[in-house]
Design a protein around this ligand. Structure first.
Ligand SMILES: Nc1ncnc2c1ncn2[C@@H]1O[C@H](COP(=O)(O)OP(=O)(O)OP(=O)(O)O)[C@@H](O)[C@H]1O
Ligand SMILES: [Mg+2]
Length: 260
């Protein structure tokens, strides 16, 4: 059995003529340590799929297993980073990072050192005592990443975590996340609209299509991951994903397999 197994996942919202088939019979497996990006147009079901895997969204039918256990509700071992960062405004960066420690049973005397370690890993040493409103959007996002890593989860779910950032900050954070995943070897499911972001970060890119939400294709990234973004290799990989996004495909067809 693969580490994450999504079997025939279907999510239907509403009834009758207002019904939306946000996910239709989606099956996907993810290996431990893999970085998987979900990409596709707005409304194709990326967030629905992410939330279904993370346990925030109940399935109408089908099932999700992580590490052999069926996912029914969110767990502390599987942490989600949302687009709005989810920081508590009345707590400093340090106190935000400490947030999950009680739940996972970290002894109180270790909290500060552990939070500081992760704050420094995301490049925010010296910012421990700032409140979220005293940090830029990119810095807040770094605190959210530090907080997620600090509970040392097995799986990280990220829903367009960099969408609100300018391109330069975004690239810097992509570099950092890639670096951090190389140190920590987490399993990551990452939603993005940005083809280049997916090609830079992912081991596999899952392209979704809307109405009904389904998997259109899966690209295994061999050469382009972590590459110089101006290199020919990277641009070739990126162009393949654009092709895949453009491709017409009937609802009942099998997902297209790609290697980039
Ligand atoms: N709670 C809900 N009730 C009804 N319909 C919903 C609900 N949540 C999502 N949908 C619909 O399900 C479909 C998939 O939504 P989802 O949020 O998963 O898309 P997405 O791919 O994440 O889009 P975006 O890129 O815009 O975030 C859309 O058609 C959306 O309108
Ligand atoms: Mg979404």
């Amino acid at each position: 059995m693969a580490y994450i197994e999504i079997e025939h996942a279907t999510v239907r919202y509403g009834d009758g003529k207002n019904a939306v088939l946000a996910l239709n019979d989606v099956s996907l497996t993810i290996e431990k340590g893999e970085f998987v990006c979900l990409i596709g147009s707005s409304g194709c079901g990326k967030t629905t799929l992410l939330n279904a895997i993370a346990g925030f969204e109940g399935l109408s039918s089908g099932s999700v297993f992580i590490d052999g256990k069926q996912v029914i509700k969110p767990k502390i071992e599987y942490v989600t980073i949302f687009q709005n960062y989810g920081l508590l405004p009345w707590r400093t960066a340090l106190k935000n990072v400490e947030l999950g420690f009680k739940k996972i049973g970290v002894p109180k005397r270790e909290w500060e050192a552990r939070a500081k370690k992760y704050i420094s890993q995301v490049g925010l040493e010296g910012f421990e005592d700032r409140f979220p409103h005293q940090l830029s959007g990119g810095q807040q996002q770094r605190v959210a990443i530090a907080r997620a890593l600090a509970v040392e989860p097995d799986v990280l779910f990220m829903d367009e975590p960099f969408a609100a950032l300018d391109p330069i900050t975004r690239m810097k954070l992509q570099d950092d996340v890639l670096q951090l995943t190389r140190i920590h070897n987490k399993t990551i499911v990452f939603v993005t609209h940005d083809v280049e972001e997916a090609v830079f970060l992912a081991d596999r890119i899952v392209v979704l299509a809307p109405n009904p939400g389904r998997i259109k294709g899966i690209a295994t990234v061999r050469d382009s991951k972590g590459c110089d973004r101006t290199s020919e290799r990277f641009i070739r990989g990126r162009n393949k994903i654009f092709e895949l996004l453009d491709m017409k495909q009937k609802t009942e067809e099998r997902p297209i397999e790609y290697f980039i």
